[in-house]
Design a protein around this ligand. Structure first.
Ligand SMILES: Cc1ncc(C[n+]2csc(CCOP(=O)(O)OP(=O)(O)O)c2C)c(N)n1
Ligand SMILES: [Mg+2]
Length: 1060
């Protein structure tokens, strides 16, 4: 195993002549002690009794005292207190009159003080005391060494192979464990055989003694060996909580902790039998189909069931799971108990009865509510659908779990929990694992502990661990959140079950993450048609000689007399019959149904709804005024709550807008949120720095200037019966946090869930979530989501990385056919929305923002909304809307027509510029500055996709003599152009335009040339109507880094816009 390399590196540092105890003290990092030698030296180095080995001893005492003052003798406690309080050398120690008798391995300080304690000292070289101290120290050090590093030599690998052999320098060498064991744990301890029967008091940091306070050294070593170096290896000593460390020691150290009753053993065997039986059945029926079987890690199924049983007993009612391909079908069949015939129909290549393009069978999700037979309690199990992208589902599962906890009011995660399954290579390799781990303890993102299970088959596709990670274990990422890590040999089912029980109890007790690393192997190739001998010949020779765990365990239980061979066969035959019956039933099916694979059905949401009827998005003025005033006011206890002066000015300006019945961007957003909250819709806005807003415009959370953590959020206090509002600054992660919010959004359709990118550019770090979940989730998994992505976007001279949210990418992924214009109908808008995969918009007014956000909830279905959002427009004096545009009866306008002078005399208009977003304000100003308001009409697309053909059609026909241009600020290969151009072409198909015949010169200058309408056929010609491009040239980088170049590009764009 890869970890052996690390073992040997560690062991090689220990010189032969050095005593183990001294080595440990000199190498504090090796024993994970919290040594702060400098602090110790500074306050106590001048003490007369500190020299040689005594100072090492004192150092140990000091560290113990730092961790827990009660762990050292009271005299030491008094000494360290005095010393750290600045007592002069020699006076820090004052013998207290009645010190308690020392316990266990504690040595009183008096034994080290030359005269004052009246005892012989180490300093004076007394051989008796030196030996006592050294022996105690050595025993303590050994115990600690096992606790910290026993896992390095535990027997975890069912294949018994290790890497990094120092003898032959080959990679494959059996039997390293015995060597490593000695080297790492106790080779350098000086006890000889005669010492083995000496009895030692046990320190308070071990539970190997159970009720015994002292044990012979031989027994101490045996028990430590059993607890830490057998089939379970535990990493936990890095945890910064003594309570938690002791909790683990208590559950892992006492002898026989892994012992199971005969009933429990029979249950494990039965579950193992089903797990293996399922894979065997699939292999028999569909030998050449990919299924990513579990062979070699069949114990995963009993393990998951054990985690679920124990968690259910401890109060959990709903479990949300995320997992990769490996063993997924088995999990659906044997953990979730998805009807087998439904699983088998997936192999039949049938067509789907419902909409969608579907997904391969080992990516589909499911949702089951059933009775847990072991606990007799009802339980809901969901496995989230996921893409091939390994680990991408992790944050999605967490978001879904958090949402379910939130809606149930399960604030401590007692009822709802998540289980994440991982492959060894993916767990170590994928950064989103780290990003997800870092959400685990954040107030607005925690799910109060996740149980991670790694199906560690010691290989990733064809790559060995030594080439796929630099860490000793594939699980090292979990150390960052102080999660205990249990490595366990998959060939010892009872050890696996014990670890599962402890992990479930850990989660229920501390509500923190925990990892179970099931060290196993992969009996076949990566999938069933792969040949593993091409790349791992030696490993697979070994695997071929390795008995399946079912056989090993059945033999063991038969030998123990727990079951008979007949019973084993009977269980196996019965399950095979169940599979065979389901197989026959599946053969009767003619179609598959994607909705059978939904991971969280929205019961009641669609029922009784007209699928094409949208609720109004305008609201009564009274509501706008109420929200506006609250949002513009300090907290009710304003007198005590000191607000920053700058914020008082902002609030005042907001209030003035409310009085004038206008809104800016921030106020419109608040009114959209507030009015939804009033209607009982939960709103959650998450992302980096969203509480204030990257551009300091939002200020949803006000901070008391004198009191830490005293905050006020007006939107959470609008109405007494409103829905809850959550606004939360996230960790600095896009992939993890967007994934989380997607998961949150699919849990309940009656919530507006928004994720804001700091700048739109950064969404590419979350591209996998965008591609695999948001744009295609419904098509693949019938999984709707109304998530909103707020993407600051705009060419404002801020350089390549703070300009573009890559609008073009979102538009390219819009699935509407550019060559097809849907037939006109009264419900055109909603019909288009129903059929699209997502909505992409670049709104130019606060009112549009207000309506489009509210429309997310007004729709009778859910669609993701990708919204380009402004930066400078947040403060642009013209970017304001009136209450009149948001009041009752108003709606979202997909297209904002020209309303100025050009619209009054449309026949005379010579150019119509279509645009979207902030460039409108640049065009507006330029047109005004050049006095072209009668000549050029500007039409805005507030929604780009789905393409508003119907409204654009009437805008185009309104200006029959005008040339048409698409004006955009983005480069030509970016922005909307590639999306709108073919759609305009479809719209303009068969439309003709009459223009004056060319007499030389450019196309633009020939168009009517400002004169009256053409007079004779010889002067004019009829040409197809087209739209041309007005904007920046193509580019590789989204924006220039030079302000001068930016301004020049903008000038060119505007000059061209004005050419008639
Ligand atoms: C993000 C990502 N990159 C690459 C792949 C291709 N791939 C599929 S399985 C696999 C190996 C996974 O190894 P491991 O995580 O150990 O799981 P195992 O297959 O061994 O169970 C790879 C590289 C993928 N699915 N996702
Ligand atoms: Mg693997």
């Amino acid at each position: 195993m890869h970890r052996a390399r690390v073992v040997l590196q560690a062991s090689s540092k220990i010189g032969n002549s050095e005593r183990f105890a001294s080595w440990l003290i000199k190498n504090p990092q090796a024993v994970a002690m919290t040594i702060n030698a400098n602090r110790l030296k500074s306050s106590t180095a001048a003490e007369p009794f500190l020299n040689g080995s005594s100072s090492a001893y004192v150092e140990t005492m000091y560290n113990n005292w730092l961790t827990d003052p009660n762990s050292v003798h009271a005299s030491w406690d008094a000494f360290f207190r005095n010393a750290t309080n600045g007592a002069q050398p020699g006076v820090a120690y004052t013998p207290p009159p009645n010190l308690a008798p020392y316990a266990k391995n504690e040595v009183p300080l008096t034994s080290l003080i030359p005269a004052s304690g009246g005892m012989p000292s180490i300093a004076s070289g007394s051989p008796i005391n030196e030996k006592i101290i050294d022996d105690h120290l050595a025993v303590q050090a050994i115990i600690r060494s096992y606790q910290s590093r026993g896992h390095l030599v535990a027997n975890l690998d069912p294949l018994g192979i290790t890497t990094g052999d120092p003898v032959s320098s080959g990679d494959w060498h059996g039997g390293l464990r015995a060597f490593a064991n000695e080297a790492v744990i106790r080779q350098h301890v000086r006890f000889d055989e005669a010492d083995m029967d000496r009895v030692f008091k046990l320190p308070s940091t071990t539970f190997i003694g159970e009720k015994e306070k002292a044990l012979p050294l031989r027994e101490i070593l045996n028990r430590l060996e059993q607890a830490y170096c057998n089939n379970i290896g535990i990493e936990f000593m890095f945890i910064n909580s003594l309570e938690q460390c002791n909790w683990i020691r208590q559950r892992m150290e006492p002898p026989n902790v892994t012992k199971m009753s005969n009933d429990q053993k029979r249950l494990i065997l039965a579950r193992l039998s089903r797990s293996a039986g399922f894979e065997n059945f699939l292999a028999k029926k569909w030998s050449s189909e990919k299924r990513f079987g579990l062979e070699g890690c069949e114990i995963l199924i009993p393990a998951m069931k054990q985690v679920i049983d124990t968690s259910t007993k401890l109060g959990v009612e709903s479990i949300i799971m995320g997992m990769p391909h490996r063993g997924r079908l088995n999990v659906l069949a044997n953990v979730c108990r998805k009807p087998l015939h439904q699983l088998f129909t997936q192999f039949a290549g049938l067509e789907a009865e419902d909409d969608g393009s579907g997904d391969v069978k080992y990516h589909l999700g499911t949702y089951i509510e059933r009775l847990n037979r072991v606990t007799n309690k009802n339980i809901r199990l969901a496995v989230c659908a996921n893409p091939s992208h390994l680990e991408a589902v992790d944050p999605v599962v967490q978001g879904k779990t958090r949402a379910e906890q939130f809606y149930r009011g399960d604030n401590e995660g007692k009822k709802v929990m998540s289980i994440l399954l991982h492959g060894d290579a993916a767990f170590a390799g994928q950064g989103v694992v780290f990003e997800t781990m870092h959400l685990s303890d954040l107030p607005a993102y925690t799910t109060h502990g996740t149980i991670h299970i790694v199906a560690n088959n010691q290989i990733g596709f064809t790559t060995d661990p030594r080439h796929s990670r630099s860490s000793a274990y594939c699980t090292d990422v979990a150390r960052v959140v102080n999660a205990p890590i249990f490595h366990v040999n998959s060939d010892n089912p009872e050890a696996v079950m014990h670890v599962c029980n402890v992990a479930a109890e850990w989660r229920a007790t501390f509500h923190k993450d925990v990892v179970i690393d099931i060290v196993s192997y992969r009996r076949n190739g990566h999938n069933e048609v792969d040949e593993p001998m091409f790349t791992q010949p030696l490993m697979y020779q070994k695997i071929r000689k390795t008995k399946p765990v079912l056989e090993i365990y059945a033999d063991r239980l038969i030998k123990e007399g727990v079951v008979t061979a007949e019973e084993v066969k009977d269980v196996k035959d019965k399950y095979e019959k169940i599979c065979e019956d389901a197989y026959n039933q599946a053969k009767q099916e003619t179609h598959i149904k994607y909705k059978d694979w939904l991971d969280s059905p929205w019961s009641g949401f669609f029922e009784g709804k007209d699928p094409l009827k949208m609720s109004p998005t305008g609201v009564v003025e009274e509501t706008l005024v109420h929200i506006g005033k609250r949002f513009s006011s300090p907290p009710p206890n304003a007198a005590e709550f000191e607000i920053h002066k700058g914020l008082l000015r902002i609030l005042k300006a907001r209030m003035e807008m409310v009085e004038k019945r206008t809104v800016d961007w921030a106020l419109a957003e608040a009114m959209a949120f507030g009015s939804l909250l009033k209607e009982g819709i939960h709103v959650r806005l998450s992302g980096e720095d969203v509480e204030r807003g990257t551009f300091s415009h939002r200020h949803h959370v006000l901070h008391h200037q004198k009191v830490d953590k005293a905050t006020y959020c007006a939107l959470a206090h609008l109405y007494p019966d409103q829905a809850p509002y959550t606004v939360c600054n996230s960790s600095l992660s896009e992939y993890g946090v967007l994934g989380f919010e997607v998961g949150y959004s699919v849990t309940n359709p009656n919530a507006l869930v928004l994720w804001e990118a700091q700048f739109g550019d950064f969404n590419n770090v979350a591209q996998c979530i965008i591609d695999q979940f948001i744009s295609s989730g419904q098509a693949k998994w019938v999984r709707q989501s109304g998530i909103v992505l707020l993407q600051p976007h705009g060419m404002e001279g801020m350089g390549p990385e703070h300009s573009s949210a890559r609008l073009e990418r979102f538009l390219q992924m819009s699935a509407d056919d550019p060559d097809y214009m849907p037939p006109e109908s009264p419900d055109y808008e909603v019909r288009q929305l129903h059929d699209c995969n997502w909505i992409v918009a670049n709104c130019s007014t606060p009112a549009s923002l207000f309506h489009i956000l509210r429309r997310q909830i007004a729709l009778p279905f859910r669609k993701p909304l990708i919204l380009m959002t402004p930066k400078s427009l947040l403060r642009h004096p013209e970017c304001k809307s009136s209450f009149d545009e948001m009041a009752e009866g108003t709606t979202f306008k997909r297209v904002l027509p020209e309303e100025g002078p050009a619209s009054e005399n449309p026949d005379k208009v010579r150019k119509v510029a279509f645009c979207s977003g902030r460039v409108y304000y640049d065009l507006l100003k330029e047109r005004r500055d050049r006095g072209l308001e009668k000549d050029i009409a500007i039409v805005r697309l507030e929604q780009i996709s789905p393409f508003p053909y119907d409204q654009l059609k009437s805008e185009i026909s309104k200006y029959p003599n005008a040339q048409l241009v698409w004006s955009q600020e983005e480069h030509k290969n970016m922005g909307s152009w590639s999306y709108v151009e073919p759609r305009f072409r479809t719209l303009l198909r068969n439309q003709k335009q009459i223009r004056r015949k060319t007499q030389g010169g450019g196309w633009f200058s020939q168009l009517f040339g400002g004169s009256d309408a053409p007079q004779t056929d010889t002067q004019t010609e009829t040409i197809p109507r087209i739209i041309s491009y007005n904007g920046r040239a193509t580019a590789a980088s989204p924006a220039t880094g030079s302000k001068a170049a930016h301004n020049k590009e903008l000038k060119n764009l505007l000059d061209e816009f004005c050419v008639l």
